[in-house]
Design a protein around this ligand. Structure first.
Ligand code: CAO
Length: 277
């Protein structure tokens, strides 16, 4: 009579356990682990209207494959925080006027603040091995910077950022972004990073979810600083607030640690005298 009997359930379970869950169950994860995704939809778009086709660039294909692996394999969580950079900005402007040959953007201060936070929270300066069982803690501070180029995203690395001053970092940032846009980066320029920063602050937006650059365990996304009314205990005061989005690998970093890292980072940016400590 179309009833589902005990034997049917057993047979079904057996089938799932040996062959992976069929798509009709909606289960994306096969019983034995691994992804058991539906095939990519094949659509003849020209049936619906006029279209054009454009192959992805070489960089897009390489970074796309990396991003897809990292997104699928790393359990990402993003922690948000705002840093009050009102004073930092005044100092940056002054520094810019004194060094007109250099472009000193907020990013160099972020690199310095990230190095301070990595020193305080070494778990963020680490990599998980392929088995997911061993962490390698690094004692050097090489910071990857996401650079947008007409051909796609590349991440050159500033080495030993802890040993460099703001002006030196500003000069190097200028050099690597130019090298990236001129397609002159070598594999060596893009290797050895400990932690990456992806700054969309020059463009806009309030927050985003950056994808971790494996085998790193965290990445900082930076959005555009904006004047906001901030309560100072007595009144609302206009303060320049910088939105930070910290994505981390939850296998390695717990939420409380990530919140502490983000708060510490915001404190460093809020009072850069702390970077001297
Ligand atoms: N808030 C407000 N203004 C900011 C800012 C912020 N967080 N960050 C930068 N700015 C300002 C700069 O001061 C500069 O202002 P001026 O022109 O008045 O001097 C302007 O925005 C443009 O900055 P920039 O983008 O040229 O320089 P940068 O040092 O901030 O960044 C680089 C350099 C190479 C990181 C950037 O050009 C870039 O490519 N960003 C994109 C990265 C990216 O695509 N990430 C996404 C990865 S996921 O797909």
């Amino acid at each position: 009579g179309g009833r589902i009997q005990r034997e049917d359930v057993s047979a079904y379970v057996k089938q799932v356990m040996t062959a992976g869950a069929p798509a009709a169950t909606g289960g994306a994860v096969a019983a034995g682990g691994g992804l058991n995704l539906l095939p990519w939809p094949k659509v003849d778009f020209s049936k619906f209207g006029e279209v054009d086709e454009k192959p992805l660039s070489r960089i897009q294909k390489i970074s796309g494959a990396n991003l897809a692996r990292n997104w699928a394999m790393i359990p990402h969580v993003t922690q948000y925080e705002d840093a009050d950079i009102t004073e930092l900005e005044a100092f940056r402007k002054k520094l810019g006027e004194e060094n007109k040959d250099l472009k000193i953007t907020p990013l160099v201060f972020q690199i310095k603040a990230v190095v301070a936070a990595l020193k305080k929270f070494p778990t963020f300066n680490a990599s998980l091995d392929a088995s997911g069982e061993k962490l390698t803690l690094k004692k050097y501070f090489h910071i990857g910077i996401a650079v947008d180029t007409p051909d796609g995203l590349v991440v050159p690395v500033i080495r030993d950022a802890d040993k460099k001053g703001l002006l030196e970092l500003a000069a190097e940032l200028g050099e690597i972004s130019k090298k990236a846009r001129d397609k002159k980066l070598t594999a060596n320029d893009m290797s050895g990073g400990c932690f990456s920063i992806s700054s969309l602050g020059g463009i806009g937006g309030t927050a985003f979810t950056p994808i971790i650059n494996a085998p790193e365990v965290a990445i900082l996304g930076v959005s555009k600083a904006q004047m906001k009314p901030v309560w100072n205990g007595k009144e609302f005061a206009p303060r320049l607030m910088l939105p930070l989005s910290l994505s981390y690998d939850h296998r390695v970093i717990d939420g409380a640690l990530a919140a502490r890292f983000a708060v510490y980072l915001a404190q460093q940016l809020g009072d850069i005298r702390r970077l001297l400590l």
